[in-house]
Design a protein. Sequence first.
Length: 308
Amino acid sequence: MTGKETSSRNPIADIEAWLQKATTLSEALPYMRRYSGETFVIKYGGHAMGDEELAALFARDIVLLKQVGINPIVVHGGGPQIGKMLERLKIKSSFIDGLRVTDRETVDIVEMVLSGSINKQVVTAINAVGGSAMGLSGKDGRLIEAKKLLRTKQDPDSNIEKVLDLGFVGEPERINPKILQNFESSDVIPVIAPIGVGENGETYNINADTAAGAIASALGASKLIMLTDIAGVMDGDKNLMPTLSHAQASDLIADGTINGGMIPKVETCLNAIDQGTAAAHILDGRVPHVLLLEIFTEHGVGTMIETG
Ligand code: ADP
Ligand code: MG
């Protein structure tokens, strides 16, 4: 049976469905007008990236944002993919407080996977649906100048603060956004691997959430959106929190309800808001078109981080 035969059977039902689509498009107009010319930084999570179909939909959404005059800047992660490669190469790796201890051998692999295969996968997906994506790492144009991340931990017996050595795990020290600003008036969509460059040219592995937040602040982005593998921030009863304030976040981190990879996400969103980003969202990257839902409809999805 062809589509036409179906529609001739029940034309009214079809027209209603078409009208619904047209209405949805029309309702997006005020959002398109409001956001045109603005910069959105979108963190594409290592865990949300695994599924090919979802990756293609994500790419389409990014191209649509660019098409309606928004400047999307994509920053991607890659924890699971790095883990797989280290396993394949039989390089042992350990974690302290959720951060991968990154020695010289490991940081080489981290750079290879992040700014090599993953970065090009994301670029290819966006270009396959008509975009013009360009991959960069934090080394290009010295986009992310980084320094060693210093973490201390109190020894429970002696109460002495001990310095933890995480090797080449870094934090952004300075963002040089010029290379990104050059793209604003072009059709290029930057796709950034969270690798930082140190004072002496050394390579640093940076948490992609932290990198995305630093770039959002440096660019004066109006939105920071984190796509991850969970519906949003969950409270102690595992219910989704539609909004999250500073005070709630501090309490939930202190009592362990927010833990692991959700900590840098929430902290980065709070910092970004404090530094002038108008809105920060943590969204479920497993939901098809979650970006369009959040940006172009009245429906708020996931968790919105609030000021104050
Ligand atoms: P990504 O690759 O997107 O950065 P992470 O694994 O680093 O993903 O962070 C997301 C994970 O954080 C979730 O899958 C979840 O296991 C964990 N998490 C910890 N605390 C919470 C919480 N309170 N609400 C939601 N997720 C949480
Ligand atoms: Mg993470």
